[in-house]
Every structure is written in C-alpha cells, then in structure tokens.
Design a protein around this ligand. Structure first.
Ligand SMILES: Nc1ncnc2c1ncn2[C@@H]1O[C@H](COP(=O)(O)OP(=O)(O)O)[C@@H](O)[C@H]1O
Ligand SMILES: [Mg+2]
Length: 237
C-alpha cells in the first residue's frame, strides 16, 4: 500500500484574471519519484507548477503536500511545506556573485535541512570555481545549476523544475541529467516540465501529458515504448 503522496492534486482549476487555464488537473506524485509533465506550448504545464505555489491568479480544487491541504495557503506558507520552484526564467540576481545568490534563500521552517554550501559545491564543482563571478557572467548552464542549487539550500524536498534544459548545449543537458539522477538518489521528489523529450524520457519514473489545461495521458516508464505513437500525435516527438 502506498503511503502519503508527496504531492496530490485533485480537480485543480486555475485562472489568470478572467482566463480559465487549468480545467481539472489530477496528479499524484509519491515521495522520491521523478515525474515529467509533457505537453505542447500553452498546454498548461507552467501554470500547473505556478498553481501549486499559489502564483496563478486564483485556483480551486485540492493540492495536498505530504498530506497537508494547501489550496487556501498563501505562497510563502506553501513554500514552507518544503516546495522549491525553479521558474523557467531562473531568477538569478545579475549583480550578485554566484555564492551570494546561493546564500540568499532562507531555510524553510518545517522543511528538511537544506544542503550546505559545501555540499552544493561538491555536487556542482563548476559553481565553486565560479563562486565570485557575478550572475551576469555565468553561462546559461551555470545559471541553471545555480537556480537549482539555490532551492536545494532551502531544505525543499519537492522540486518543481520548469524547462531546465531549455536553450542549453547538449553537454550541459547531460550534466543536468546527472544532476537529476543524483537528486533522485538523494530521495528528492521531482516534478519536471520538459519540452526536450529526449532529455526527460530516460529520467522519469512516470509521465503526465497535458493538453488544454487537462491531463490527457498518465503512464509509467515501462509503458513509454508502447505510448510512443500517442506521444507522437500529442507532442510531435
Ligand atoms: N500570466 C498569464 N496571463 C494570462 N494567461 C496566461 C498567463 N500565463 C499563461 N497563460 C495562458 O495559460 C495557458 C497555459 O500556459 P502555460 O501554463 O504557460 O503553458 P505551458 O507551460 O504548457 O507552455 C496558455 O493559454 C497561456 O496563454
Ligand atoms: Mg511553460
């Protein structure tokens, strides 16, 4: 019997102003799972991550984090349930050094102990080399690693990662894949939004496919081969 899911979303609706963008999303993620949310542009993947954190205009339904209903909570209280969000735009502070960016986030009360800067540098040796470089001088790959590293500092155990491989060179994408493997081995729960199917496919335990603000397919890694024709239709992969 499965225990309490790390994330359970039931009948989630979300709006930006008058615009109804999520139409009843259902999704369950067990602790330690890596789940990938696939879909075409505009399908509602980013909105789903944002809705989990209460960052859309308004939302309705149920979002349980480790069994705790968070639908009525403000964003900072949701984050304190141990959720780390890495937005597509990464949010690195350009005028601060890599290390200053790392030292910014406060530890989350109630969440597990965050990684120390030493542990971060062990996992991302190139960030240590670049510790004194300003955010603007970091490469896209370094910025992406820094954006993920920063949420690891907070003690978040549920990581919401939006298109982390986007626009990065293949060698960097490989490094990000190794990072996901390492985080998985350390027991983090990961929900990744990805456009890059070839990056996501070997990493995920399970997949959800969104279309028009709804989940239209849900399957495990073992079913991936048999789902390829459907994915071809839905995503053009
Ligand atoms: N800030 C916003 N205001 C209004 N509509 C938005 C906003 N962000 C996204 N949308 C709309 O919500 C829908 C889902 O978008 P999004 O969640 O960004 O999709 P995805 O991440 O899958 O590409 C789209 O129709 C998009 O135009
Ligand atoms: Mg998006």
């Amino acid at each position: 019997m499965a225990g309490t899911p790390a994330l359970e979303i039931r009948d989630l609706h979300a709006w930006y102003g008058e615009s109804h963008v999520l139409h009843g999303v259902d999704m369950v993620v067990q602790p330690g799972e890596v789940v990938t949310l696939l879909g075409r542009n505009g399908a509602g993947r980013t909105s789903t991550l944002r809705a989990i954190l209460g960052l859309t205009g308004s939302r309705k339904g149920h979002i349980l984090i480790n069994g705790v209903e968070t639908i009525g909570m403000p964003t900072h209280r949701i984050a304190h349930q141990g959720v780390g969000y890495c937005p597509e735009e990464r949010g690195i502070f350009a005028s601060l050094s890599a290390e200053e960016n790392l030292l910014l986030p406060p530890a989350l009360k109630g969440a597990g102990q965050g990684m120390s800067v030493a542990e971060i540098y062990e996992m991302f040796p190139n960030l240590e080399e670049r510790r004194h470089s300003p955010g603007t001088r970091l490469s896209g790959g370094e910025q992406q690693m820094l954006a993920v590293a920063r949420i690891l500092r907070t003690g978040a155990r549920l990581l919401l990662l939006d298109e982390i491989s986007e626009g990065l060179a293949p060698v960097i994408v490989q490094a990000l894949a190794r990072m996901i493997h390492t985080l998985r081995a350390k027991g983090y729960t990961i929900v990744m939004v990805e456009q890059n199917f070839r990056f996501a496919a070997p990493l995920a335990d399970r997949f959800y496919v969104m279309e028009h603000g709804r989940i239209v397919e849900a399957f495990g890694a073992k079913e991936l081969d048999s789902k390829m024709p459907v994915l071809g239709e839905l995503l053009g992969v």
